[in-house]
Design a protein around this ligand. Structure first.
Ligand code: GLA
Length: 363
């Protein structure tokens, strides 16, 4: 039997930059998923502590995969893709158990995929290197599940380090831990899970991605990462559609904010990053247009209650908001978010603080 744990994540800053080959600055959470692989007499079976029924399928590649519940595609996807790549994957039973809230934008799916890939690689002694493991986790989500995501979530779930955010170059996939010394500066990251339903989020996510790729094509660059801040005005002048102009402005300025925040953290200036966090939120709200009233309300409440900066984190259209706050203001800020939600007639949000923890590990 082989067990691996992989965590969920929060993105400190850098939203919708990953599939534009840009930069992101996420950190791994304490919550995550544990996947256990054991030998089985025949077939592949998948069980989850959070689902009532196990699923048993015959061994196959992706093309011959039958209709299975969506959550199992994140698990079986690993086995299908390995089979397609010529690995003779034996019968096995995979059990998963996760405490990452689902639908909150905290990457419960990355925790699931990364724990499974690590456990299967280890159990079978495949010896995949770090890059191959990451590539497989991304392929499972893109090809076996069909979610056109950019890879940030898997990268930080695999490589996160305690007490650090991970500066990720999403073109080279080089990563560098950058200190996030919250306790040393008397600060905390307060998370408000708005519990706003993620309606149409998949379609909207794909539409943003296609828009960014279309803009890169018109501008004649491989990806929007190749448009610098200095080139932005010229680039905007070449685009006729307002929607594409807004997308480009978000991505180019967001990449700059990520690098600016990483620099400030390297210099030990954690309290100074707040402005960039709040500017990132404004860019997601006004230019990229991926926020909803619940997340905007939570950000405003956090800022009024003393947050140094606040922003939505993750893909958008609901999910979680983070605020960087002096430790002493955390409780009052939580109350302020709850009050603002009650006044607006929104459902009760869930509030908790988050620290940066280690990435995937054998357990
Ligand atoms: C989701 C995706 C990531 C990334 C973010 C937005 O979390 O899985 O790849 O694109 O949205 O930054």
């Amino acid at each position: 039997m082989t067990s691996w744990f992989a965590p969920g994540r929060i993105n400190l800053i850098g939203e919708h930059t990953d599939y534009n080959d840009g930069f992101v600055l996420p950190f791994a959470l304490a919550v995550g998923c544990t996947a256990t692989v054991a030998e089985a007499p025949s077939d592949w079976s998948v069980r989850s502590a959070q689902e009532p029924d196990p699923v048993v399928v015959r061994r196959s590649g992706l093309a011959d995969a039958g209709d299975v519940p969506e959550w199992t595609r994140y698990v079986l996807g690993t086995l299908w893709l390995l089979t397609d790549r010529g690995v003779d994957v034996p019968p096995m039973e995979i059990t998963v158990d996760s405490d990452v809230p689902t639908g909150a934008g905290l990457s419960s799916s990355a925790a699931l995929v990364c724990s499974v890939v690590r456990a299967v690689d280890d159990h079978l002694g495949l010896g995949l290197d770090d890059d191959a493991v990451f590539a497989l986790t991304r392929d499972v989500e893109n090809d076996a599940v069909g979610a056109p995501t950019g890879g940030m979530d898997q990268l930080v779930s695999l490589r996160g380090e305690a007490g650090h955010v991970l500066l990720c170059d999403m073109r080279s996939h080089d990563t560098r831990p950058v200190p996030l010394d919250l306790a040393g500066r008397g600060l905390a990251v307060l998370v408000a899970d708005t519990r706003a339903p993620h309606k149409h989020s998949d379609g909207e996510y794909g539409a943003r991605r296609r828009g960014c790729e279309e803009a890169a094509r018109i501008l004649g660059v491989p990806a929007l990462r190749d448009v610098s801040g200095a080139d932005l005005a010229d680039a905007l002048g070449l685009l006729e559609e307002d929607e594409l102009r807004r997308y480009v402005r978000h991505v180019v300025t967001e990449d700059e904010r990520v690098l600016a925040v990483a620099r400030l953290l390297d210099e030990g200036r954690l309290p100074d990053i707040g402005q960039a966090l709040t500017a990132s939120h404004a860019s997601m709200r006004d230019d990229f247009r991926i926020t909803v009233p619940e997340v905007d309300t939570a950000v405003d409440a956090l800022l009024s209650a003393g947050a140094l900066g606040a922003r939505m984190t993750g893909g958008g259209f609901g999910g979680c908001v983070i605020g960087l706050l002096p430790e002493g203001d955390v409780e009052g800020a939580g109350d302020a978010v709850r009050r603002a939600f009650a006044d607006a007639g929104f459902g009760e949000p869930s509030l908790f603080t988050a620290t940066a923890e280690a990435g995937a590990r054998r357990v």
